[in-house]
Ligand binder design. Structure first.
Ligand code: AGP
Length: 610
């Protein structure tokens, strides 16, 4: 989950590469570096820590250079030190890499026996020296790359420059994302399109097993066997503006506020004249009538979106639905029925999460139907699927997922409705009533967003507590889990989400007057029981903050505060609206604690390693 970027063309490359790294920094920010090739010389500047630490070192690079590659790192092998930062150098070359080389230890031992010395602990430097060895033996960089990648096991997107060929950047893709940006007499590459969308909207998504030679005026692609491949150009929709903060203090805050608009865009994308767009929901690309079981697999927040989806999906479709963490699913040897009888649905914002992607490939090999809900077009998970929904959330830069989550929940629900319609399990009047409320959902989202100031003030009172509990019932239980994750990952406070009914089976032992408990308690079918659980908490001096109806006097008498949140009829829509409060709460507590909201410690936006 690092970010790689490069440029070749008539312009000075250093600022282009550095700005591209800034767009990629959300993928990892332990260290960063840039290598340029100018007048037959390779120069490298790199530094540990955030990208800003690299900026002063750029002066050491030849400012006239027109070929450059850059890397921002999320450490997988070795600490985030300067020596472990990319680019890594070897004989006549510089190399950057995103991914994990699983057989790097034996390759390193082989090179060490030949007398190679290593400056870093990384797997990447092993690849650099394998390439250097080939180039020193007389291979052209292109041939060296073709030979070396055959020896690598694991995932890699590689970019190398060599003074043996000053007119090209060489690329290789296997298991990690790598996309080329086609400019006018200039070309770019990046881990995803945000790296270069400020310069060009024309992209070529490399596929696994492909290599490329990127020149200023040419792009050549070939496969492992050396067969030429015709580049398939895609016009990307993401603009530089949509990836910028647009005046907000943090990407995360911007993305929380964007949710009303995302709900509107998603609705307009998949609901036409009060009927569902089954094609757009990917329902014409799978054989629903064969499906006997559904496994939803995902990680982190996307996993919670899947858990939310289960509530409607199982009962509406009458098909058993299992929701599972991708990192667990594959290794428990799950019962998967072939011939399309099992549908495996991946939910992934980035479309590159290695655990999730690996599950899809496993399920595909077992003859399952593969479906995905992703936010990145042509991402690996999107491309691996028989059918898919492309969310309309736009670039999500903040590492803590917000608008992607609510978009995933809505997309999964619309898919469920469309599937029910196809299976003849949805009455027209039921659909009409749901779509009627969907039309108002952005307005309800805006009402939930209006609680921002109230939540910011509440955060001033809560930010020093070392522990939090989040509780809810039904879909609100899942929002409790998501709220706890949000708080954990951006404020570094220990927080747990529990089913409200589960507290009395142990966790209530944690409750005393030093424990804030956030209770998600809309006026839904679970309201009375959740209220009883709140009374149990209060009886033990727990400090309850409710997310619910601010006019509810009974609730007010029990709680230290109520975060106002509208109540809706459709459980899925209620979950979406309740999410806004837990997102804001995590954000403002993190602000008070001074943590890095958009780039929290130890995390990265896209976890492309297992
Ligand atoms: C969510 O706030 C986290 N950043 C993380 O749990 C994320 O949801 C998870 O890594 C899955 O990512 P994906 O949606 O890109 O697959």
């Amino acid at each position: 989950m690092c970010g790689i970027i490069g440029y070749i063309g008539p312009k000075k490359c250093i600022d282009i590469v550095f700005d591209g790294l800034k767009k990629m920094e959300y993928r990892g920010y332990d260290s960063a570096g840039i290598a340029v090739l100018h007048e037959g010389q390779i120069s490298i500047s790199k530094e540990s820590g955030k990208l800003e630490n690299l900026r002063p070192l750029l002066e050491q690079l030849p400012s006239e250079a027109h070929i450059g590659i850059g890397h921002t790192r999320w450490a997988t092998h070795g600490l985030p030190t300067r020596d472990n930062a990319h680019p890594h150098a070897s004989e006549k070359l510089a190399l950057i890499h995103n991914g994990i080389i699983e057989n790097y230890k034996e390759l390193k031992a082989e090179l060490q026996k030949k007398g190679f010395h290593f400056r870093s602990e990384t797997d990447t430097e092993v690849v650099a020296h394998l390439l250097g060895e080939r180039i020193k033996a007389g291979d052209h960089p292109r041939d060296a790359l073709n030979k070396v990648i055959l020896r690598l096991e694991g995932a890699f997107s590689l970019a190398l420059i060599s003074d043996q060929d000053p007119h090209f950047i060489y690329l290789a893709k296997q298991g990690s994302p790598l996309v080329i940006g086609l400019g006018k007499d200039e070309n770019f590459f990046g881990s995803d399109v945000t790296a270069f969308c400020a310069h060009t909207q024309k992209a070529v998504f490399l596929q696994d097993g492909e290599c490329a030679a990127l020149g200023a005026k040419s792009v050549e692609i070939w496969d492992r066997q050396g067969h030429p491949i015709q580049p398939k150009t895609t016009m990307i929709q993401w603009s530089a503006a949509s990836a910028d903060k647009q005046g907000y203090r943090h990407y995360m805050l911007k993305e929380i506020h964007e949710q009303s608009g995302v709900i509107s865009k998603t609705t307009h994308a998949f609901v036409k004249d009060s009927s569902l767009d089954l094609e757009g929901l990917g329902l014409n690309s799978i054989e629903l009538n064969k499906v006997r079981s559904i496994h939803i697999i995902a990680c982190g927040t996307a996993y919670y979106a899947g858990m939310t989806a289960k509530y409607a999906m199982e009962t509406t479709l009458g098909i058993p639905v299992n929701v599972e963490l991708a990192s667990e699913f594959r290794y428990r040897n799950p019962l998967l029925m072939g011939e399309g009888q099992t549908l495996v649905m991946a939910i992934s914002q980035s479309g590159e999460t290695a655990d999730t992607l690996a599950c899809l490939k496993h399920a595909k090999d077992k003859g399952c139907q593969i479906f995905s809900i992703c936010n990145v077009a042509y991402s690996s998970i999107h491309r691996e699927s028989h059918g898919s929904i492309l969310m309309h959330a736009g670039p999500e830069i903040g590492v803590a997922s917000t608008k992607a989550f609510t978009s995933q929940v809505l997309c999964a629900y619309l898919w469920t409705l469309g599937a029910a319609q196809k299976l003849g399990r949805l009455h027209a009047e039921d659909l009409s009533s749901i779509l009627q409320e969907l039309k108002s959902l952005p307005i309800y989202m805006d009402k939930a967003l209006n609680a921002e100031e109230h939540i910011a003030e509440l955060a001033n009172k809560l930010y020093e507590y070392p522990n939090f509990l989040f509780v809810g019932r039904g879909p609100s239980y899942i929002i409790a889990l998501e709220g706890a994750l949000k708080l954990k990952e951006i404020s570094y406070i220990h927080a747990e989400g529990y089913a409200a009914g589960e507290l009395k089976h142990g966790p209530i032992a944690l409750v005393d007057k030093h424990m804030p408990i956030v209770a998600i308690v809309p006026k839904d079918q679970y309201y009375d029981k959740t209220l009883s659980n709140i009374e149990e908490i209060c009886a033990r001096e727990g400090q309850v903050i409710a997310i619910g109806d601010e006019k509810d006097q009974h609730l007010r008498d029990l709680c230290i505060d109520i975060i106002p949140c509208p109540s809706l009829k459709t459980p899925c829509f209620q979950a979406i609206v309740s999410t806004v409060a837990v997102q804001f709460l995590a954000y403002y507590i993190a602000i008070k604690r001074g943590t890095d909201v958009d780039q929290p410690r130890n995390l990265a936006k896209s976890v492309t390693v297992e």
